[in-house]
Design a protein. Structure first.
Length: 127
């Protein structure tokens, strides 16, 4: 590419549209201080001009353990392993139970996962 075809913005290190600037140390300090004051993630996103996901991700990277969203708490009250990654042991048990022709509800109860999660994992496993 010829030097003359590079845009002025690119040459000056500007970020493309839709890509926010990196978090500054001042923003990190503000984020942590305000979060510790009890300000919600939603209010922080407005205050800092960042997306909800950006605020949550930055808080986690700064070592803040965020509470689980309500929908995950509700799901885990019924199925303790909801929204957790599958382990190799669980996949092995799933295959064993499926090959033994156990009903999906029995597999669901045994593995602590919703029937829909069982069905999706079976599909991924090509069973």
């Amino acid at each position: 590419m010829e030097a003359s075809s590079i845009s002025v913005a690119a040459a000056q290190g500007a970020r493309p549209a839709g890509f926010p600037a990196p978090w500054s140390p001042e923003e990190d300090a503000t984020l942590l201080r305000r979060y510790n004051e009890g300000v919600t993630v939603e209010a922080l996103q407005e205050e800092l001009g960042r997306s909800r996901g950006a605020v949550r991700t930055r808080l986690r990277r700064l070592g803040v353990e965020l509470p689980l969203p309500d929908f995950i708490v509700r799901a885990r009250s019924l199925y303790p392993n909801s929204f957790k990654p599958w382990t190799d042991e669980e996949r092995s048990r799933l295959r064993e139970m499926y090959m033994a022709r156990e009903k999906l509800k029995v597999i669901s109860d045994t593995l602590g996962r919703a029937v829909t999660a069982i069905a999706k994992e079976l599909e991924k496993e090509n069973l």
